[in-house]
Design a protein around this ligand. Structure first.
Ligand SMILES: CCCCCCCCCCCCCCCCCCCC(=O)SCCNC(=O)CCNC(=O)[C@H](O)C(C)(C)COP(=O)(O)OP(=O)(O)OC[C@H]1O[C@@H](n2cnc3c(N)ncnc32)[C@H](O)[C@@H]1OP(=O)(O)O
Ligand SMILES: Nc1ncnc2c1ncn2[C@@H]1O[C@H](COP(=O)(O)OP(=O)(O)OP(=O)(O)O)[C@@H](O)[C@H]1O
Ligand SMILES: O=C(O)CCC(=O)C(=O)O
Ligand SMILES: [Fe+2]
Ligand SMILES: [Mg+2]
Length: 333
């Protein structure tokens, strides 16, 4: 056995012990070190993730699992999405979002007018995604056994109308969340078709989950920006980034501090993905007053007041009302 292989084996043998520390370099096999250490803090001890997968998530803040959701399930989500677009079903609480370019034009009951569905927790067909056992099995590695589905989306990224508004600016999802700890929150995002750079795949900045929550603002884009699409202020386009090309059914799990976004859709198709943000039910709410999240709190409260006549609702309560238990016990949030 080579020296590198021996070293790797030693790390793998130790990984099941919480006290183990390791350094994991981004290029080669991880090595045990007594002076420069990185505890495992982003993943929990169970037998689902291989040691290599744990190290990868610890280092990079995301983990891609191939072929996790079946074609039949994806077909079911697609069918339901189309029914919603044709207004054949009405789902309480569901937000149907249109791209900013067409938001002010005429009503067209077609999927071509819908860029995103948000908050589908009351739709049994779509919410089925959030309870898929093969997804929850992975989610538990990050959240622990008590699991809440906090936020649901089906993204139908439209062909760009020429103004680059189909882009999603680089952001950290934690910016939208008034609950903690961040390490017990994870997003599952599943490709509903082949997603590549030309139709606007996810773009991630590996390792940025180890940083802090950054200040977010609307980016200054000439062609306009969609409502609530905040981006990290002073985005540095020189940081190393990875385009996540995915096949239908592939699922990426990522940390809420990971900086990510998606490019414009340069094809004529509507690229589809379905996602859910999960949190441990043992998380707790925080007050965002006086923090960088105050602006988003205000925007969400304005929407809650305008759309649902919920005046003076607390930011935390907009989440408590939408969150749904999918495994274990609803202990806190
Ligand atoms: C049961 C408790 C209820 C609590 C309710 C709380 C509401 C919560 C809102 C969402 C929270 C978002 C949290 C997400 C966090 C997850 C992390 C992931 C990061 C992201 O995904 S970032 C993007 C997330 N945000 C969105 O997807 C935006 C959500 N969209 C909307 O809220 C609505 O689509 C919108 C934009 C408010 C419009 O809806 P609606 O009011 O139904 O639409 P109207 O046609 O009536 O238009 C009203 C007004 O808005 C303009 N408009 C419409 N679409 C857009 C757009 N895409 N961009 C900019 N402006 C838009 C439209 O032209 C109208 O303007 P007027 O000037 O004519 O009034
Ligand atoms: N000023 C900015 N602030 C925040 N996010 C940005 C900014 N500019 C670009 N992005 C985001 O960067 C990510 C990468 O975009 P994309 O894949 O389109 O890059 P690219 O096509 O390689 O670059 P370019 O568009 O410059 O040719 C997208 O999420 C995009 O929305
Ligand atoms: O373009 C996408 O599908 C990603 C959207 C995203 O990151 C989000 O909604 O939080
Ligand atoms: Fe996001
Ligand atoms: Mg681009």
């Amino acid at each position: 056995m080579s020296r590198a292989a021996k070293r790797l084996k030693m790390v793998l043998n130790h990984l099941d012990h919480p006290s183990t520390t390791l350094i994991a370099s981004s290029t080669s096999a991880p090595s045990v070190s007594s002076h420069c250490t990185l505890p495992l803090r982003y993943t929990l001890d169970n037998s689902i993730l291989t040691p290599g997968q744990r190290i990868f998530y610890e280092e990079n803040g995301f983990l891609l699992i191939k072929n996790l959701v079946s074609a039949e399930d994806i077909e079911k989500f697609r069918t339901e999405f189309e029914r919603i677009c044709r207004r054949e079903v009405h789902i309480p609480g569901l937000i149907i979002m249109r791209d900013v370019v067409i938001a002010k034009s005429e009503f067209v009951p077609d999927q071509k007018a819908v860029s995103k569905l948000q908050d589908f927790q009351e739709d049994p067909e779509l919410f089925c995604y959030c309870s898929l056992p093969q997804i929850l099995k992975y989610v538990e590695c990050f959240t622990g056994p008590n699991i809440m589905a906090m936020h649901t989306m089906l993204i139908n990224k439209p062909p760009d109308a020429g103004k680059k508004t189909s882009r999603h600016p680089m952001h950290q999802d934690l910016h939208y969340f008034p609950f903690r700890p961040a390490d017990r929150i994870v997003c599952a995002w599943t490709a509903m078709e082949h997603i590549h750079q030309r139709n606007g795949c996810l773009v991630v900045l590996p390792g940025t989950h180890r940083g802090t929550l950054k200040e977010h603002d609307y980016p200054e884009w000439e062609g306009g920006v969609n409502k609530m699409y905040h981006g990290v202020r002073d985005y540095n386009p020189d940081l190393p980034r990875v385009h996540l090309e995915m096949e239908k059914g592939d699922t990426v799990f990522f940390h809420p501090l990971l900086i990510h976004g998606s490019g414009m859709n340069q094809t004529q198709g509507f690229r589809k993905a379905i996602s859910c943000h999960y949190a441990s039910a043992d998380c707790y709410y925080i007050d965002v007053k006086g923090t960088t999240q105050e602006k988003i709190e205000k925007e969400v409260q304005e929407i809650a007041a305008r759309k649902y006549s919920l005046d003076n609702i607390k930011f935390q309560d907009t989440w408590a009302l939408r969150g749904r238990l999918v495994q274990g016990e609803r202990t806190s949030i």
